[in-house]
Design a protein around this ligand. Structure first.
Ligand code: NDP
Ligand code: 8X3
Length: 250
């Protein structure tokens, strides 16, 4: 039987590339995001490869998140793979100058949104004693960089939650792991810098990771044999040694 994966943040970047990668391997897809038009375009492109169902909700909205996942038709209810990917950085400011709305956005989306989606998906996994959850963390979840403060805190929280999930879901045979990318060229910096052209410079002067690179790694993780769980994986572009050390060409 074909597996079913729910991917949050499937309208762009890593989530979208993961949808394409999973479709190639015949995994049925539940694609989530706020930008419905984009999701519709992706659905049209992937439908010839696999079954696709769209869920249009903001992960900050607790009731809508729970309701949307509850509304899944029977054919999509037994989710085998959950990719908690929706998230972004909002702003890059020192703590004394940070914007409270940016802080709220990062904690509400990256941390609480991930929890709401997981809360809605986990019960059918525990009931079936089977499932695989991958949380998209970040190198920012492993080290704090200047002005990264709250974004880094949100990703440190994602890693703590991943560990907690792995411990608590261990009796049910559910796999839980985190994939932690360094710099990936997506819409991430456009969101972080709110359309400011500084976003264009972030991935200049070196070869950044591409969304497809991470999607392939996610597929690798979910396609291991039943006894193998990739618990925590950090992936940098070759040019990057840490959050602050990136070898750029002149
Ligand atoms: P993108 O901006 O390209 O994609 C972000 C995705 O998250 C979009 O599909 C967006 O969909 C969704 N999203 C954002 N806010 C919400 C919300 N409130 N409700 C529902 N969905 C939401 O960035 P990336 O692909 O790079 O980011 C994906 C994940 O990877 C994030 O968790 C990010 O922190 C992480 N990451 C990114 C790195 C990078 O360098 N790019 C490195 C390490 C980790 P929509 O707007 O349609 O709702
Ligand atoms: C995204 C990577 O270094 O921009 O999580 O925070 S970084």
């Amino acid at each position: 039987m074909k597996k079913i994966a729910l991917i949050t943040g499937a309208s762009s970047g890593i989530g979208k590339a993961t949808a394409y990668e999973f479709a190639k391997h015949g995994i049925n897809l539940i694609l989530c995001g706020r930008r419905l038009e984009r999701l519709n375009t992706i659905k049209k492109a992937l439908e010839r490869l696999t079954d696709v169902h769209l869920l249009n909700f903001d992960v900050r909205d607790k009731a809508k998140t729970l309701q949307s996942i509850e509304s899944l038709p029977d054919t999509f209810k037994n989710i085998d793979i959950l990719i908690n990917n929706a998230g972004n950085a909002h702003g890059l400011d020192s703590i004394n100058e940070g914007n409270i709305d940016d802080w709220d956005a990062m904690m509400d989306i990256n941390v609480k949104g991930l929890l709401y989606v997981s809360k809605a998906v986990i019960p059918q996994m525990t009931a079936r004693q089977s499932g695989h959850i991958i949380n998209i963390g970040s190198s920012a979840g492993k080290e704090v960089y200047p002005k990264g403060n709250v974004y880094c805190a949100s990703k440190h929280a994602v890693l703590a939650i991943t560990e907690g999930m792995r411990i608590d879901l261990n009796p049910f045979g559910i796999k839980v792991g985190a994939i932690n990318p360094g710099l990936v060229e997506t819409e991430f910096s456009q969101v972080r810098f709110k359309g400011d052209k500084i976003a264009d410079s972030v991935y200049k002067g070196f070869k950044a990771l591409q969304a497809k690179d991470i999607a392939e790694i996610i597929y690798f993780a979910i396609s291991r044999p039943p006894h193998v769980n990739i618990a925590d994986l950090l992936v940098f572009p070759t040019a990057q040694a840490s959050s602050t050390i990136v070898k750029k060409f002149n």
